[in-house]
Write a protein that binds this ligand. Structure first.
Ligand code: NAP
Length: 442
């Protein structure tokens, strides 16, 4: 890998890169099938990604005709790497075993280890024989929608594909490694004004928020809409705030500390709720709902922006869901993509049907949506929300911090890139957005 890195740093051509032999193994963050039962009986909060995420050499797989091999310069931590490392809600070795039964090439995914990670920026090293639009030397970012293009159900909206998967979560050969193997239809051009690590943190969360708010497949926000955003300085929330502001909406950002509230104000989000200071108790100790607290949240939102939310950007799940369903405006939309605090939700249906609300389930993004979201990053219209950068060797620690909500925005991870700050090609655009690139930096 040293030769490959040296060539990339010296600006080697695609032909030169393609002529360097790939090593037989590469460094990767991975979990082990033999350890999938290691947390049995342990409460979620005590399951420690630092113990289950290993850094070490794994064999280099052959690439399929529709795939590419990438030298990964940087990657990022997503919550799905936390889920994989704590083997919740299910072990990801099950989905990979099912994938392995689909074809000869897919068998490669079913191994006794899984290389995790669903984001990457880097340089294409090899392309399979059926790849047309990408070549060695291309600088890329990777979105995580792993689609079977021979499945008819993938051809309206590929997120509807019957065997759609998330790369690096439900597949092997993920991005938290020095090399990643991805389908060619996961590639997008690397935004030229960003460093490798800034370019690596966006695709998963940015595309998810784009679909949830901007796309017709999500809430299709319009100008003037009031949008309540839970976790507004978290991974998906921080992009959501930007989409609402860019689209002429009015974000109401919920966070849990004064520092996070300051970040929101810096981003231009004026209506901010500190949920810790407000001390909402949506659930009583006996596991019943406290409707008075839903009303208090609604009153706080009205106090800030004068009306109820047209859209609620929901993902904490069990702890907030009933309140989200209550506070949405008559005819409003709750769009949800997750359930961090628990996936068995309850809500009072009377406020849902009588007020003619909509609930939209959303999951990642199709190629077109991810590409559009990446284009906005490349134009400097949406900013990466990176707060800290870790080395690949510290992947477990970074995942631990996300698991315990100790972070803000996104955590970048350096893979082959030997230091922060490398990879910028467009210095002019960078200078134009420089002050926004540090919103989240600590
Ligand atoms: P994150 O960076 O950890 O941010 C989540 C934020 O939610 C936190 O910063 C926290 O903000 C807030 N939060 C956590 N627990 C909460 C609770 N009980 N009540 C209210 N707020 C709470 O994670 P993320 O990357 O934004 O992802 C959020 C969720 O979406 C995860 O479960 C992830 O797996 C999921 N996700 C799904 C998709 C998809 O395609 N379906 C894509 C991306 C992410 P404060 O403490 O500041 O309030």
């Amino acid at each position: 890998m040293e030769k490959i890195l040296e060539a990339i740093q010296n600006g080697a051509t695609g032909d030169q890169l393609a002529s360097i032999p790939l090593p037989g193994s590469y460094r990767a963050a991975h979990v082990l099938k033999g350890e999938q039962g290691m947390w049995e009986g342990t409460p979620s909060q005590d399951k420690d990604p630092r113990k289950s995420l290993h850094i070490g050499e794994v064999p280099m797989p052959e690439i399929a005709p529709d795939e590419v091999a990438i030298a990964v310069m940087a990657s990022s931590i997503n919550f799905n790497t936390v889920w994989t490392s704590i083997f919740e809600p299910v072990s990801t070795f099950g989905p990979m075993a099912r994938l392995g039964r689909e074809s000869e090439w897919a068998k490669r995914h079913d191994r006794d280890y899984q290389v995790v990670g669903s984001d990457a920026s880097g340089v294409v090293l090899r392309v399979g024989s059926a790849v047309r639009t990408w070549k060695p030397g291309d600088k890329v970012t990777v979105h995580c929608n792993h689609v079977d293009d021979q499945d008819p159900s993938s051809h309206d909206d590929s997120m509807m594909g019957s065997n759609q998967r998330i790369w690096g979560y439900e597949t092997n050969f993920g991005g938290l490694a020095d090399v990643a193997i991805v389908k060619a239809n996961q590639l997008m051009p690397k935004p030229a004004h960003l460093t490798w690590e800034e370019a690596a943190v966006n695709a998963l969360c940015n595309s998810t928020s784009y679909r949830m708010l901007v796309s017709k497949n999500g809430a299709a926000m319009k100008q003037g809409d009031v949008v309540l955003i839970w976790g507004a300085t978290g991974g998906i929330g921080a992009y959501a705030v930007q989409y609402v502001l860019n689209g002429g909406g009015i974000p109401v950002g919920v966070v849990s500390s004064p520092d996070k509230a300051d970040i929101l104000r810096q981003m231009g989000c004026e209506a901010v709720i500190d949920r810790k200071a407000a001390n909402y108790r949506f659930w009583n100790d006996d596991n019943t709902h406290n409707e008075g607290e839903w009303r208090r949240l609604g009153a706080d939102i009205r106090g800030l922006v004068g009306e109820d939310p047209d859209i609620v950007f929901e993902h904490p799940g069990r702890s907030t869901f009933a309140a989200s369903m209550y506070v949405a405006k008559k005819g409003g939309t709750v769009v949800t993509c997750a359930a961090t605090s628990g996936f068995m939700m309850e809500f009072d249906n009377r406020f849902f049907w009588m007020r003619l609300k909509r609930l939209v389930g959303s999951h990642f993004a199709n190629y077109k949506e991810a590409y559009e979201a990446n284009r906005l990053i490349a134009k400097g219209m949406i900013q990466p929300v990176m707060s800290q950068v870790f080395d690949l060797a510290q992947t477990g620690e970074a995942a631990y911090q996300v698991h315990h909500n100790m972070h803000e925005g996104k955590l970048g991870v350096l893979c082959l890139s030997p230091q922060e700050g490398l990879g910028v090609d467009d210095h002019e655009l960078r200078a134009k957005v420089a002050d926004k690139l540090t919103w989240f930096r600590r």
